[in-house]
Design a binder for this molecule. Structure first.
Ligand code: IMP
Length: 183
């Protein structure tokens, strides 16, 4: 299946390519993606997929992705606003949690696939973890240097891209999307 990913994030493309074997996934280059205006990850992901559909060729499915990190001690912030929360979101998260015992966090990813004719399939992925005391590791992107998945001792940036391709919230969402295609 040919599908276009309505995103400019090459890391996301790499994780999704590995998690969606059999799909010919390409980044959809667009100078200006519309602002994320939805109230949920789903609405934002669907908005990106719809925007992608207006640009992609008639034969392609388009996939919209929205993701974020939620900090329990902050009532789930920054969530959908993770990309815009701070110039350096990692520094802000470490600062906000400096004297806080509850370091629980989760990554959320929502994927929406739209057929040229408008048919929709979706998948959600959640990765639970805790926020480290300081940055560790160099792979991945965003909050990965401070996110320690439950059951692991290392941060996602230390566990690396191969680990992410298998276990990330994006990989889990892609798996859910694949099973939505089978039902
Ligand atoms: P989006 O591109 O609007 O979906 O923003 C997602 C934001 O959430 C990213 O810019 C990161 O700050 C954060 N995020 C989402 N997924 C990941 C991940 O796999 N690793 C690290 N940060 C992530």
């Amino acid at each position: 299946m040919i599908a276009k990913l309505a995103s400019q994030n090459a890391h996301k493309l790499e994780e999704l390519r590995a998690a969606l074997p059999g799909w010919e996934l390409e980044l959809l280059g667009a100078a200006e993606f519309p602002p994320e205006e939805g109230d949920t990850y789903y609405e934002n992901a669907r908005g990106k997929a719809e925007f992608g559909r207006s640009l992609a060729g008639p034969e392609a499915w388009t996939i919209g992705e929205d993701s974020g990190i939620e900090l329990a001690a902050l009532g789930g912030a920054p969530g959908m606003r993770s990309a815009r929360w701070a110039d350096d979101g990692v520094a802000r998260a470490l600062e906000e949690l400096a004297d806080v015992d509850d370091r629980r966090a989760r990554y959320v990813c929502e994927l929406v696939a739209l057929a040229p004719a408008g048919e929709e399939r979706r998948g959600t992925g959640i990765l639970d973890g805790t926020i480290a005391e300081e940055r560790r590791g160099s792979e991945g992107f965003g909050y990965d240097p401070i996110f320690i998945p439950d059951g692991e001792a290392q941060t996602v940036a230390e566990l690396g891209n191969a680990w992410k391709r298998e276990h990330s919230h994006r990989a889990l969402a892609a798996r859910a999307l694949r099973s939505a295609f089978r039902t």
